[in-house]
Design a binder for this molecule. Structure first.
Ligand code: ADP
Ligand code: MG
Ligand code: MG
Length: 887
C-alpha cells in the first residue's frame, strides 16, 4: 500500500485520500504555481494507525524515501546544523475541521541548526531564534500537550519586562532567553527535554496529527457537522518558506472575490515580517491586500495573476494563503471558499456570465437553505440589544411587538393596528387566532415539533419555543426572566427565530428584499441579489420535474403561495373552520341528543364552511386544491375538563342540573382518550359521526358549483385522512359521490373533482394496491407516517429523549425534520409501487413538513412523486431544491 504521495503526484479530486489541503496543494503544484515542495501522508495511513494503535508497517520507510527526495530537491538536509531544511507538519482532513491539531512550523530546528539557519540568513540571529521559539511553542502545545497559555504567559511576561509593545520589539537576546524559558517549561511539564533530533520531531508531529482526529473537540465538531467519524486525516509535510525574515517578507490571506457580497475585487489581509498564523491571530495589525501593491509590486501582480488562474481553474471563489520570502511569492494553501448566502447566489450568476459554468451547475452551487436565509427579516446586527432569554430557534425571522399573554388580547390589539408577540407557556389549537394575529410567538415549553413550532413554521411566523428560563404567568399577564427582568403585557420585546434569542425592547429589523420581490414589489427588482435569485429560480423551474404546491388554509395564504410560485394547494386543513365563534356549533353537534339536533348543528356549519371554500378555491382558480376533511380528535374542540367541572359545580349549587355545561362535561368524559392521536380522529370521525363528512363534502362541492357558475375553474380534490383499509375509504367515498349527485341535481352544474386519501399509516402502505383502486390520488402525510412508523409521539419525544438520541448519534437529525429514508422512506417507496400497480396514473404527493425539507425533496423526486407541498414560505425553497434535484 502507498501511504505517501509527493505534491507532484496528486490532484484536487483526491480529497478522500489526501485531505482537502493536500489535494489542493498537489493541484497547485501540478498547475505550475509556486508551492514549496513537500509530500502528503494519506488518510489511509491515519486510519491504519488509529485501528492498530501503532504506526502501520512500511510508513516509516516511505516517509524516509520521500524525505530523502525532498532533501535532494532542496539541496539541504532536515535539521542540518550548517544549512537546515525545515518543514511544516500540517493536518488536513477531507472536510476542514477546527477541532483538530493545527500546524507545527519550523520542524528541524534545534540548538545547533538554529545557528546554521542564522548563518545562511546572512547572520540574522533574530530571525533564527524567532523561528525556533515558534517551533517550541507550537510543538509544545500541539504535540506535547501543554496548554498554549503557558507559552503566551511567558511571552507576555517577557514583553512586559522589556516594555515591548509587540513581538517585533523583542531583540535577539530576548528571543534567546525566550527559547531557554520555553525549553524549561517543556521540561517542567513533560518531564523530558524537547526532542533535538529532527527526524524524531517530524515523526512525533505526524503521529500527533493522527491522534488529534479523536480529540474530544474534534469528535464533537464532527457530530455537529454530521461528518463521518471514520475518515481520518492526512498529514502534509511542506518545506518551509519564511515571511519573518524582514520587511521584504510577509504573509497573507486572500479571497478571489468578496465572500460577503460576491463582488469582484481585491480582498485580503497582509502582514509584513510575519510567519504563519500571525495574520489570523491578530497579533499585529494587518494591512489591506491592496496595500501590497505599494509594498512589493512584482509579488502583488504575480499574486493577482495566480488568483485569476485559480478562479478559472476551480471555476469558483477560492481562498488562499501565501507567504513572501525576500520578494519571492509562495502559495501555501487554496480551497473553494466559504461564502454567505447572498454571495453564493451572486457568484453563481457571475460565473455563468464569465462562461466558467453553465446554468445547471449554477443551480447546484446554491441551496434551499441559503435561499431560506435570504427570505427572513433580520435584526440589525449593529444595534444595541438586551438579551433576556434563549430558547429554540423554531421558526426563523425577526419579530418585534408588544408582549401579550392570551389569544383574545392578541387578536384585539392586532385589530387596532398594534404589533404583538404572543407569549404562552405552550400553545394549543385554540391559540390559532392569536398566532395568526401575532408577529411572533414565544413559548417557554416544547421543542421544535411542539404545536407552536409546527404551526408557526407553517404560517411563516417567527417563533422561539422552549425558552425555559422564562417564567410565563398567563393569569398575571407577565413573564419573568432569569435575571429577574419582568415583561408585562404591553411591554415591547423582540424575538429572533433564527437564533432563538429573546430581547427586551425594540430591536431594529430589516426585511428581506427577496421576499419583497416575490410579493411583487417592483422597487426590489434592480437589486443585484434579487436579480441573481430570480435568474437561478427561473432555471430551477425550467429544470424541475416535481410540482410544488403549498399547504394553505386561508385565501390569504393561498394567494401568497401563488405569488411565491405554488402550483396548487396540497393540503388545506379544515379544522380551523370549526374554531372561534363556530365552537358553539361544534359543541351542539357533539352533545346532540337526536338526529334532528345533529342535523341542525351541521346545517348551521354548512354555509360558513362553504364561504371558506369559495374563498380558497377562488384564490387558487384554475389550480388543484386538496382539501382534507376534518382530522383531529374532537375533544380538541371542547372546553377544558377542569374549567367545565367548575362551571357545572357552580350550576349544581344554583340548582341547575341540566345545563349545556352538564352535557358538555358528559361529552368530555366520554370522548376522553388515553392516546388521542391513536383514537377517534380522521376517517374514523367521518364514519362514527354521520353527516359530518357529508356536510364538508357538500360545502366544498357547493362552493365549486357556485364558482363554475361565475365562470371560474375550481379544481377541488377531497382528501380523506388516516385511512388504514379500503373499506373505510369505500364508505366515505360512496357518501361523497352521493352528495355530489345531489349537488349537481340541485344546481344543474356538472362537477369536476377527485377523491383521494392520505397515506399516513403503515397499514395503508401495505394495502396501497387495494386503496388505490378507490383513491384517485395519494398524499403522503409524512408527519403521522413518521410518528406511526417509529412509534414516536411527536408532541412529546423532542422534549423527552431526542436530545439523548442525537447526542448518541442514533440519528443525526430528527426524523420529523428530515425524512428517514431507510424506514419511512422505504414505506413511501413501497406505497408508490403498490399504488401505481393498481392505478398507473395515480397522482402522488406529499404534504408533511418534509415537503419543504431539501434532503427529503430530493428523495421524493427520486421515488417519482408528482409534487411536494409545503408552507407558502417554503415554496421557493422547494422549487429551487426540486430544480437542483433534476439538474
Ligand atoms: P490551517 O489549516 O490552520 O490554515 P495551515 O497548515 O494552513 O493550518 O498552516 C498554518 C499557517 O502556517 C498558515 O498561515 C500557513 O500559511 C503557514 N504555513 C504552513 N506551512 C508553511 C510553510 N511550509 N512555510 C511557511 N508557512 C507555512
Ligand atoms: Mg491554512
Ligand atoms: Mg395526519
Amino acid at each position: 500500500m502507498t501511504f505517501v504521495y509527493d505534491f507532484e503526484q496528486g490532484s484536487k479530486d483526491q480529497k478522500d485520500l489526501l485531505g482537502g489541503k493536500g489535494a489542493n496543494l498537489a493541484e497547485m503544484t501540478v498547475l505550475g504555481l509556486p508551492v514549496p515542495p513537500g509530500f502528503t501522508i494519506t488518510t489511509e495511513a491515519c486510519r491504519a494507525f488509529l485501528e492498530q494503535g501503532k504506526e502501520p508497517d512500511g510508513l516509516a520507510e516511505e516517509v524516509s524515501a520521500h524525505l530523502a527526495a525532498l532533501e535532494q530537491k532542496m539541496g539541504k538536509r532536515l535539521g542540518d546544523p550548517e544549512d537546515p531544511l525545515l518543514v511544516s507538519v500540517r493536518s488536513g482532513a477531507k472536510f476542514s475541521m477546527p477541532g483538530m491539531m493545527e500546524t507545527v512550523l519550523n520542524v528541524g530546528l534545534n540548538d545547533r541548526s538554529v545557528q546554521g539557519l542564522a548563518a545562511v540568513a546572512g547572520g540574522d540571529e533574530r530571525f533564527a531564534f524567532d523561528s525556533y521559539r515558534r517551533l517550541l511553542q507550537m510543538f509544545g502545545s500541539t504535540v506535547l500537550g501543554l496548554e498554549a497559555s503557558v507559552f503566551h504567559e511567558a511571552l507576555d511576561g517577557l514583553k512586559a519586562d522589556r516594555g515591548a509593545k509587540n513581538d517585533l520589539d523583542l531583540g535577539v537576546e530576548d528571543l534567546r532567553e525566550l527559547v531557554a524559558t520555553y525549553k524549561q517549561l517543556i521540561h517542567d511539564h513533560t518531564g523530558r527535554d524537547f526532542p533535538q533530533e529532527p527526524r524524531e520531531q517530524l515523526d512525533m508531529a505526524v503521529l500527533a496529527v493522527f491522534e488529534s482526529w479523536n480529540t474530544e473537540r474534534a469528535v464533537l465538531y464532527r457530530r455537529q457537522e454530521r461528518i463521518p467519524g471514520d475518515l481520518g486525516t492526512a498529514v502534509n509535510v511542506c518545506s518551509m518558506v519564511f515571511g519573518n525574515g524582514g520587511q521584504d517578507s510577509g504573509t497573507g490571506v486572500a479571497f478571489t472575490r468578496d465572500p460577503a457580497s460576491g463582488a469582484q475585487g481585491v480582498y485580503g489581509d497582509y502582514l509584513q515580517n510575519a510567519q504563519g498564523e500571525d495574520v489570523v491571530a491578530g497579533i499585529r495589525n494587518t494591512v489591506p491586500l491592496a496595500d501590497l501593491e505599494g509594498i512589493d509590486k512584482a509579488s502583488y501582480d504575480e499574486l493577482l495573476g495566480i488568483m485569476a488562474t485559480l478562479e478559472g481553474h476551480y471555476r469558483d471563489l477560492c481562498d488562499i494563503e501565501f507567504t513572501i520570502e525576500h520578494g519571492k511569492l509562495w502559495m501555501l494553501q487554496t480551497r473553494v471558499g466559504k461564502r454567505t448566502a447572498e454571495a453564493a447566489f451572486r457568484i453563481a450568476c457571475q460565473l455563468v456570465d464569465q462562461g466558467l459554468i453553465d446554468e445547471d451547475e449554477a443551480v447546484s452551487r446554491v441551496t434551499g437553505a441559503q435561499l431560506a436565509q435570504l427570505m427572513f427579516p433580520r435584526f440589525d446586527a449593529g444595534s444595541e440589544r438586551v438579551l433576556i432569554a434563549k430558547g429554540m430557534n423554531a421558526s426563523p425571522g425577526a419579530a418585534v411587538g408588544k408582549a401579550v399573554f392570551d389569544s383574545s388580547t392578541a387578536v384585539e390589539w392586532a385589530e387596532r393596528g398594534e404589533d404583538v408577540i404572543l407569549v404562552r407557556r405552550e400553545t394549543n389549537p385554540d391559540d390559532l387566532r392569536g398566532m395568526v394575529a401575532a408577529k411572533g410567538i414565544l413559548t417557554s415549553r416544547g421543542g421544535k415539533t411542539s404545536h407552536a413550532a409546527v404551526v408557526a413554521r407553517g404560517m411563516g411566523r417567527t417563533c422561539v419555543c422552549g425558552a425555559d428560563s422564562l417564567d410565563v404567568d398567563v393569569k398575571g399577564t407577565k413573564m419573568t426572566a432569569a435575571d429577574a427582568t419582568v415583561i408585562s403585557e404591553g411591554d415591547m420585546i423582540s424575538i429572533d427565530g433564527t437564533t432563538g434569542e429573546v430581547f427586551a425592547g425594540r430591536v431594529p429589523v430589516r426585511d428581506s428584499l427577496v421576499v419583497r420581490h416575490f410579493e411583487g414589489d417592483e422597487r426590489a427588482e434592480d437589486d443585484h441579489l434579487v436579480l441573481a435569485v430570480e435568474r437561478l429560480m427561473k432555471h430551477a423551474d425550467h429544470r424541475r420535474r416535481l410540482g410544488v404546491r403549498a399547504n394553505a388554509d386561508t385565501p390569504e395564504d393561498a394567494a401568497r403561495a401563488r405569488r411565491f410560485g405554488a402550483e396548487g394547494i396540497g393540503l388545506c386543513r379544515t379544522e380551523h373552520m370549526f374554531l372561534g365563534d363556530r365552537k358553539a356549533l361544534v359543541e351542539d353537534l357533539i352533545v346532540a341528543g337526536s338526529t334532528d339536533e345533529q342535523e341542525a348543528a351541521l346545517s348551521a356549519l354548512l354555509p360558513m364552511q362553504r364561504d371558506d371554500f369559495v374563498g380558497i378555491l377562488k384564490a387558487m382558480d384554475g389550480l388543484p386544491v386538496t382539501i382534507r376533511l376534518i382530522d383531529p380528535p374532537l375533544h380538541e374542540f371542547l372546553p377544558d375538563y377542569t374549567e367545565l367541572s367548575v362551571s357545572v359545580a357552580l350550576e349544581d349549587e344554583r340548582g341547575n342540573r341540566d345545563s349545556k355545561h352538564h352535557k358538555l362535561l358528559d361529552a368530555v368524559k366520554k370522548l376522553h382518550e388515553q392516546n388521542p392521536m391513536l383514537g377517534l380522529r380522521g376517517v374514523r370521525l367521518g364514519i362514527v359521526i354521520p353527516g359530518l363528512f357529508s356536510m364538508q363534502a357538500r360545502a366544498i362541492l357547493e362552493a365549486a358549483s357556485a364558482l363554475i357558475k361565475q365562470g371560474m375553474d375550481p379544481q377541488p380534490e377531497i382528501m380523506i385522512p388516516l385511512v388504514a383499509t379500503v373499506q373505510e375509504l369505500e364508505l366515505v367515498k360512496a357518501d361523497i359521490i352521493r352528495v355530489a349527485g345531489d349537488v349537481e341535481d340541485e344546481t344543474g352544474v356538472k362537477l369536476k373533482f377527485k377523491v383521494g386519501t392520505m397515506i399516513e399509516l403503515p397499514r395503508a402502505v401495505m394495502a396501497a394496491t387495494e386503496i388505490a383502486e378507490q383513491a384517485e390520488f395519494f398524499s403522503f402525510g409524512t408527519n403521522d407516517l413518521t410518528q406511526m412508523t417509529w412509534g414516536f409521539s411527536r408532541d412529546d419525544v423532542e422534549a423527552s429523549f431526542f436530545g439523548t438520541y442525537l447526542d448518541k448519534g442514533i440519528f443525526g437529525v430528527s426524523p420529523f425534520e428530515s425524512l428517514d429514508r431507510e424506514g419511512v422512506g422505504a414505506l413511501v417507496r413501497l406505497a408508490v409501487e403498490k399504488g401505481r400497480a393498481a392505478r398507473p396514473d395515480l397522482h402522488l404527493g406529499v404534504c408533511g413538513e418534509h415537503g419543504g425539507d431539501p434532503d427529503s425533496i430530493h428523495f421524493f423526486d427520486e421515488v417519482g412523486l408528482d409534487y411536494v407541498s409545503c408552507s407558502p414560505f417554503r415554496v421557493p425553497v422547494a422549487r429551487l431544491e426540486a430544480g437542483r434535484s433534476a439538474a
